[in-house]
Design a protein around this ligand. Structure first.
Ligand SMILES: *Cc1c(COP(=O)(O)O)cnc(C)c1O
Ligand SMILES: [Zn+2]
Length: 416
């Protein structure tokens, strides 16, 4: 018997993996040192491989079904992925598209897609050999990192904007044993600070600035394509998703580029990536509408959709070309439109937090404007679970009606 000696550690992909700067093209070894951005020019890094798989390379379930497209064979898992692609016949008819499917990422172990990034990211942290993990978060990143850090038996530090994180998310970070710092400032300030801390070697950064997070999140696209193909016999023409730091937008763009590269999909099968932001927090929409190749940071941001209350989307340099090159667009919706969409999804049995409903709200707006046509097959991404933000759900829903503890009185109340 011979042992596979291609890599120094078990479970590391045996094919070539490296990091490349998206601006200057400089290449770096992936696990030898802690590195989030390019040493030479400071721009974002992207994970590259010497081979890209087609769909027949995938087996098993969840995120690790797609290990042929990832830097490892397996990761720190709870397990994550294998989320449903719901049919929503009433919304499909009302919005008026050929097919509408909802990929509910709120069905991941900690209730958001962030788990897909963490199963890979925390595995990388083990590979590099760091002992403390950190992130800034609007909530879900901290919930996911706390759970995956706990699973890996690593110390976790999270920085949250004080008073702006939904209750369910803080509760998760707290119970999974993270050290929680409440910062008197918004998310973007939290990220500035955690970047300073990680630059000084205090912890390993697991925000979506970390290119390995996006590798895990790329599997949303792979999984959605397989489901859509199986259930609708085609691939979606358009993917609509909420945008915060634009990590998912970047990850989906990378997903389709890699599938193009391996020949798994044809040029005409590339879905139009369509980003949705809240009106009070829409720097990506501003950049797309003005044809800018960069975003201008918004210092004051506000929206009920706290998960996307972000004024400085760090992955914009990766995401803006993705939206443009796929023929997609970006659109801003009001908090009222978000709440309406949250109710509409709930009426189809799908419980999401406000940021997630932005995808449906954005699709509805674009369809009314005629940007989306009635013959399109559309997949909307819902990013987080209803229970993440119980206050928003209760405010959007109907109020409980107090009744006496007596059957006759209850019947009276019901008007029977
Ligand atoms: C993180 C998050 C987003 C934003 O995703 P990006 O990849 O940062 O654009 C949207 N919705 C929810 C529920 C999230 O947790
Ligand atoms: Zn560079």
């Amino acid at each position: 018997m011979t042992l596979a000696l291609e890599s120094d550690a078990p479970g590391v992909a045996t094919r070539g993996v490296w990091l490349t700067c998206i601006d200057c093209g400089e290449q770096f070894a992936p696990f030898e040192a802690v590195r989030y951005t390019c040493d030479d020019c400071g721009s974002l890094l992207e994970v590259r491989y010497d081979e890209y798989p087609t769909f027949d390379a995938f087996e098993g379930s969840g995120v690790w079904r797609y290990s042929a497209a990832l830097p490892f064979e397996e990761g720190v898992t709870l397990p994550e992925g294998s989320t449903p692609l719901h049919a929503v016949p009433r919304l499909e008819a009302e919005i008026g598209v050929n097919n509408l499917r909802v990929k509910h990422e709120g069905m991941n172990p900690t209730g958001s897609f962030k788990d897909r990034g963490m199963t890979v990211g925390v595995r990388v942290a083990q590979e590099i050999g760091v002992d403390r993990l950190a992130c800034a978060s609007t909530g879900n990143t901290s919930a996911a990192l706390s759970a995956y850090g706990a699973r890996a038996d690593m110390e976790t530090l999270v920085l949250l904007p004080a008073g702006k994180v939904a209750a369910g998310k803080v509760a998760q970070a707290s119970l999974h044993g993270a050290r929680i710092l409440e910062v008197d400032g918004n998310f973007d300030r939290c990220l500035d600070i955690v970047q300073d801390l990680t630059d000084r070697g205090e912890a390993y950064l697991l925000n979506s600035l970390n290119p390995f997070r996006l590798e895990g999140q790329k599997t949303i696209g792979l999984e959605m394509f397989e489901q859509f193909e199986r259930e609708e016999g085609t691939l979606p023409d358009r993917i609509v998703l909420p945008v915060g730091n634009a990590g998912n937008t970047a990850a989906l763009y990378k997903c389709v580029r890699e599938l193009r590269r391996s020949g798994a999909i044809a040029e005409h099968e590339v879905p139009k990536l369509t980003g949705v932001q809240a009106e009070g927090s829409a720097p990506m929409v501003e950049a797309i509408e003005n044809g800018w190749d960069h975003i201008e940071r918004w210092d004051d941001v506000e929206t009920i959709a706290t998960a996307i209350r972000i004024g400085n989307p760090v992955n914009a340099p990766k995401a803006l070309p993705g939206i443009r090159e796929t023929g997609g667009t970006a659109v801003a919706v009001s908090d009222e439109q978000i709440t309406t969409a949250q109710r509409d999804l709930a009426e189809e049995g799908i419980g999401v937090e406000p940021a997630s409903a932005a995808s449906i709200a954005g699709l509805r707006k674009l369809r009314r404007e005629g940007v989306v046509s009635d013959d399109e097959d559309v997949a909307c991404l819902t990013t987080g679970h209803l229970l993440k933000d119980p206050d928003a759900a209760a405010a959007a829903g109907s109020d409980p009606e107090p009744v006496p503890a007596d059957t006759e009185a209850v019947l009276d109340h019901l008007g029977a």
